[in-house]
Write a protein that binds this ligand. Sequence first.
Ligand code: COA
Ligand code: AMP
Length: 635
Amino acid sequence: MEYNHFYQQSILQRGKFWGRKAAKIAWYKAPKTVLTLDKQGYYKWYPDGELNTCYLAVDKHVKDGKGGEVAMIYDSPVSNTKRKYTYDEVKLRVSKISGALRDKGVEKGDTVIIYMPMVPDAAFSMLACARLGAVHSVVFGGFAPHELAIRIDDAKPKVIISASCGIEFDKIIPYKPLLENAIQEAEHQPSACLILQREMHICSLQEGFDFDFEESVNAAEPADCVKVNATDPLYILYTSGTTGKPKGIVRDNGGHAVAMQFSMDYVYNAKKGDVFWAASDVGWVVGHSYIVYAPLIAGCTTVFFEGKPVRTPDPGTFWRMIEEYKVNIFFTAPTAFRAIRKEDPESEYLKKYDLSSLRTIFVAGERCDPSTLKWLQEITQKPIIDHWWQTETGWAIVANMMGVEQFPVKEGSATKPVCGYEVQILDETGEVLGPNQEGFVCIKEPLPPGCLPTLWNDDERFQESYMEKFPGYYLTGDGGYIDPDGYVFIMGRIDDVINVAGHRLSTGEMEEIVSSHTAVAECAVIGIEDELTGQKPLGLVVLKDTSTISGEEVQQDLVALVRAQVGAVAAFRTVVIVKRLPKTRSGKILRKTMRMIADDKVFTLPSTIDDPAILEELKVILQNNYIGLVSKKQF
Ligand code: COA
Ligand code: AMP
C-alpha cells in the first residue's frame, strides 16, 4: 500500500477513514458518529458507540472459537517460572478477578490502583477492571511510597491491588511496607487491598482491610463484561510533568480500542496468531498498550517477561526468549540494547540462538542513537524500526508504518507521521517552520483516536500544559525538525522532563525535593547525557551561608532523599556543590545552557545572562570533574 495516499485519507477524510477502521472492532453498539467537538471545545471519538475493552481483548476470541490458543506466555527468569495461558484460561481468571473486585464494592466508574511487579495477575487485574467498566491506574513498582501516595490522592481508588514482593535481579523487594507507607501518607483511603502472596516472600495482612488475592479470586463468582460508552475512561496512567505532581493521562475505551487494532495492523504489521513481545513493564505506557491491550485485541500471543536484558541471567536472555517462543515482533527501549552491548559487544550470546521467527525489532521510549541502531542492524540483520510516541498519545505518532509501506531508515529519525497525526514544527510565535528548521514539535488538532482526551479531573491543567501555547495544536514537549523528505527528527525534550533508561522523570520534581533540604539555598537538576541510560540527572546545589554540615554530607543526604521520595528508578546519584548558579537578569536559572556545557556541546551565551563569570566558574567545575561524568567513569 502507498503511504502518502493512505496517510492523506486519514487526515483529509477523517470521518470516513476512522469510521472504517472502527468497523474492525466488535462494538455492542456501533458508533454512528465518528468525531464530535463538544461545547467546551473537546474532541470526542465515537461518542455514541458502546463496547467493552476486556470483551475485545479476551471474550471475543473465545467466542470466535480461539479459546484454546495461547494468549499469554509468562517467562520469569527471576522467579524461575514459565507458563502459558490460553484465551480460555485468561477469560476465567480475569472474570474471577472482576468478581473479587465486585465483592469489594467496585462498580463501573470506580477507580482501582494496581501496584504490582511483572506478574501475569497485574495484566489480568487491568483487564478485570476494564471488564467491570472500572478505571485502573497502574503505578510502576519502582516508585517510592510518596509517588504512590500522590497517585492515591489523585485517583482516589476504592481498592488497591498489590503483591507481597517484586524481584530486581536477585533482590527481593517487599511491596507491602511501601504500600503501607503510601496509604499512611495519603489523605484518601481505599476501602480494601487485595494482596497477591508470592511464595518467595509472604507478607502479613491487616485483618478486615487486606485480603489475600488468591483466596478472594477463588471465592468469587465470575463477572460478566459491563457495557461502557466509547468515551468512558478505561484507565489513568500518571506520567511525569514539569512539577512534583504527575499528570493523570486519561485513556478512553472506544478510541483506544480502534487505535490499538489499527496500530497492530499498520504500524507493527502484526497478524492474528503472531507472537508479539514488548519487553517493558505494565507500569509504563508501552506495557499498557503493547504488553496488554493491543496484542490481545489483535488476537496475538503476548509475551510477559519478568526480568532484565542483562544479568537475568545473562545478556543472551532476549535472544533466548525470541528463539524459545518463536517471537515474530519484538519491541523494547534502546537502553536495553545498550545494556546488552556493554556486556556482550561481540554478540557472542546472540550467535547461540535462532532468530528466524523474528520479522522486525521496534524501539521507542527515547531517541535511538545511531551507534545502537547500526550495531543492532549488523548483529540481527533485521529491520530496526524506531518510533516516537508518548504516554499521552498511547501509540506511535511517528513511525515507519510496516503494514503500509516500508521506507529506508534514516539514522536519528523515527521516519514519517503515522495516520491521523498532523505533525508540524512551530517556532516560538506559532509560525509553521519549513524543512530542516528546528522548533516545537506539535500536532494539529484533532488528535487521532486513542490519544488523551484530558487529564484526570483536571481540564485546566490539560489546557495549560498542552493546548494553550499554540491554539489549535497539541504541544508534545519535544523539539525537532522535519527534513525535505518528510522524515521527522525528534531532538529531545524542551521542558524539565528527562528520560533515564527509558523512564520518564521530572527534574522539576527532583528540584522540589532537593530544595526541601535545610542546607540548600537553591538548586537546579538537569539531565546530562549518559552512554548507557540516555540521560542521567545531575544536581547543582548552592548551600546556605548558614549551613554547618559538610558538602559531602549534603550530597549523600540529597541522593538518599530523592531515592526515598521518587524511588531508586530516579537514578539520582550525582550532586555538585557550586557557589552560584548562572541566571538571566530576570532571575531565571539557565538550565539549558548548563546542560549544553555538561554535555560538551557548542552553545551561544544567552544575551540576557546576568553575570557571565558564573557560567565560566561552572564550566571549569563541570569540565574538570563532571562532563561526561558517568560515561567517562563507566566506559
Ligand atoms: N521495582 C523496584 N525497583 C526498580 C524497578 C522496579 N520495577 N525498576 C528499577 N528499579 C530500581 C533498580 O533496581 C535500580 O536500583 P539500584 O539503584 O538499587 O540499583 C534503580 O531502580 C535504577 O534502575 P535502572 O535505571 O533500570 O537500572 P538497572 O541497572 O536496574 O537496569 C537496564 C538497567 C538498562 C537493564 C534497565 O534500565 C532496563 O531494562 N531498561 C529498559 C527500560 C524499559 O523497558 N523502559 C520502558 C520503556 S519501553
Ligand atoms: P513516555 O511518555 O514515558 O513514553 O515518554 C515520552 C517521551 O520520550 C517523548 O516525549 C520523547 O521525549 C521520548 N521518546 C519516546 N520515544 C522516542 C523516540 N523514538 N525518539 C525520540 N524520543 C522519544
